[in-house]
Design a protein around this ligand. Structure first.
Ligand code: HEC
Ligand code: HEC
Ligand code: HEC
Ligand code: HEC
Length: 433
């Protein structure tokens, strides 16, 4: 996190107060959620955020200050989970219970089309949207102040870039400038959010007409606000919904004269909001039902001749390696998923069992309990031929680089501290280095 306290410009000379007064306004904001309905909790460094903790924090803040403004710059869904309607539906229904004042529209939010977003009353908008599905802006009124929220959908990253005739947006920032002019004439503060970075925003957007600019989320990095001379106060939110920014603005004569900014992390010490318990239960029930349907389908397709044997079958010839493996957390990886109630969540299971979504691989714990956990064959590949030849046929991954094997699972999002030099010695087999 960049901890720079941005320089003492004249603006900061006024004391910023944290209480709700007529001359100030508090905004809670966040950038991309990136599909993180809940944190995976794979390590302490990844255990931040989630909609239930966010609800707790927002509720607490609203209790102190009912005039609070709640903003999300969008990016609710994850591009990697393109087809995942269950999770995306629950992200919408969960966030809808937080009473947002404005939610920006990003391209990833349109994964299932505009209609999908309209199943809940979340206040989406996009300033350059042409159709009637979303309004161009949202007007927020609090403490006698008016804020005009506008989202700029970046034409350069549009999925319609190669077919402009079908595009639901206009690439012309004159539409934004016109909206900003109207807002200014009406005495409103203007807030623009976009996925552009600051340099791109400088080049493409009319910054001198904007009071507050939220630029694109930086990966897990929330920055302090930066005041541009004769331009907006620039906010840079982090990603994955891990933290929230709280910005209290001093306002005089419709202008921002000072501010106070605080970044709040949402670790597991922030309890889940009880009022979302039923929603979370419904989410897990929907996942489980979907999972069970897939198991039934895959079971039908299975030929029965699995390339995977399970660690017990390697034990007879490799008892030393087996005993050592049993002492590692790999052997317990599935139990740990069960403990957190996620053993049927297909977003989680893949890295905690053998051969998930592979022919003959793990299906579910009653049908394939011998393939639960991270086992020999996650690294060495399906071992049937090798075992049946009593070692004559080499294992499938014999020539693979060690790190490549680990990186199937020890990716940045789930194992940020991973380093093969420090991790391998913790699970190294006795006969190797
Ligand atoms: C891309 C692979 C991957 C996915 C997907 C994944 N995990 Fe993990 N998980 C890991 C790895 C790797 C570790 C070990 C991290 C480390 O120690 O550096 C881990 C560790 C864990 C642990 C043990 C934590 C501890 O304190 O010992 C739990 C519990 C867990 N994951 C739950 C989940 C849940 C819940 C999900 C789904 C939301 C999930 N995992 C999805 C790879 C994954
Ligand atoms: C997390 C990945 C991983 C798991 C799990 C794993 N191995 Fe390995 N294993 C490796 C890697 C990587 C090497 C190569 C080490 C080297 O080149 O120094 C290796 C080496 C070996 C070797 C040859 C070296 C030696 O120790 O004689 C055998 C045999 C072996 N593993 C068997 C097993 C068996 C049996 C299991 C399960 C009980 C298992 N491994 C589980 C990654 C794994
Ligand atoms: C019937 C005995 C037998 C069984 C069962 C067996 N292996 Fe082996 N394995 C061997 C022998 C023998 C060698 C040594 C081969 C050589 O060095 O030429 C070997 C070597 C290995 C090696 C190092 C060389 C290579 O090909 O990568 C790995 C890794 C390995 N076995 C993994 C496994 C795994 C995983 C299983 C279970 C799926 C398993 N073995 C089951 C006999 C067996
Ligand atoms: C199939 C996915 C997968 C692969 C491949 C994998 N890991 Fe893991 N690893 C996990 C999961 C999941 C955990 C957490 C298990 C738990 O705590 O429940 C973990 C935990 C660990 C831990 C902490 C456990 C302990 O006992 O100290 C180490 C170290 C580790 N992995 C090293 C490696 C190395 C090195 C490789 C590559 C040679 C590797 N892993 C390959 C999924 C994987």
């Amino acid at each position: 996190m960049r901890a720079t306290v941005i320089a003492l410009t004249l603006l900061l000379a006024l004391p910023a107060s944290l209480t709700s007064r007529a001359d100030n306004l508090t905004l809670l904001y966040s950038g991309n959620l990136d599909g993180e309905l809940e944190p995976c909790g794979c390590t302490l460094d990844t255990d931040f955020g989630g909609i239930q903790r966010r609800a707790t924090f927002v509720d607490q803040q609203r209790e102190q200050n009912p005039q609070l403004v709640l903003i999300s710059s969008g990016g609710l869904f994850s591009p990697e989970m393109g087809s995942d309607q269950i999770k995306h539906r629950f992200i919408l229904t969960g966030l809808a219970q937080l009473n947002y004042d404005a939610v920006g529209l990003q391209w990833t939010d349109l994964t299932h089309g505009p209609e999908f977003l309209k199943q809940v009353a979340l206040p989406f908008s996009a300033a350059n949207w042409i159709g009637s599905e979303f309004p161009r802006s949202r007007l927020i009124e609090r403490n006698g102040h008016k804020i005009r929220y506008l989202q700029w959908l970046d034409p350069a990253t549009s999925p319609y870039a190669s077919m402009p005739a079908l595009s639901p947006i206009t690439p012309d920032s004159a539409t934004l400038a016109a909206e900003l002019q109207k807002a200014e004439a009406a005495g409103e503060l203007t807030m623009v959010a976009t996925t552009l970075d600051l340099e791109q925003a400088r080049a493409q957007l009319p910054l001198n007409q904007i009071d507050l600019l939220i630029i694109g989320s930086a990966y897990e990095l929330f920055s302090e606000p930066v005041a541009l001379g004769n331009g907006p106060l620039v906010l840079q939110p982090g990603s994955r919904g891990q933290r929230m920014g709280k910005l209290t603005l001093d306002i005089a004569d419709g202008r921002i004269t000072g501010w106070n900014h605080l970044i709040t992390e949402l670790p597991d010490s922030v309890p889940s909001a009880a009022r979302l318990d039923a929603w979370y239960q419904a989410y897990n029930d929907a996942l489980r039902e979907d999972y069970e349907q897939r198991v039934a389908q895959r079971q039908q397709l299975d030929s029965g001749d699995s390339p995977y044997l399970g660690a017990d079958q390697c034990q007879s010839c490799h008892s030393d390696q087996f005993r050592l493996w049993q002492t590692t957390d790999h052997a317990r990886a599935f139990e740990d998923l069960e403990i957190v109630g996620k053993a049927f969540d297909s977003h989680c299971v893949g890295c905690h069992v053998v051969g998930f979504n592979q022919p003959g691989g793990y299906l579910d714990i009653t049908l394939t309990d011998h393939l639960a956990g991270v086992q020999c064959e996650n690294c060495h590949g399906g071992g049937r031929e090798h075992a049946e030849s009593a070692g004559q046929v080499a294992t499938l991954n014999k020539e693979a680089a060690m790190e490549t094997l680990c990186m199937q699972c020890h990716v940045k999002e789930h194992s940020p501290q991973f380093n093969v030099e420090t991790y391998w010695p913790r699970i190294a087999h006795p006969l190797s280095r």
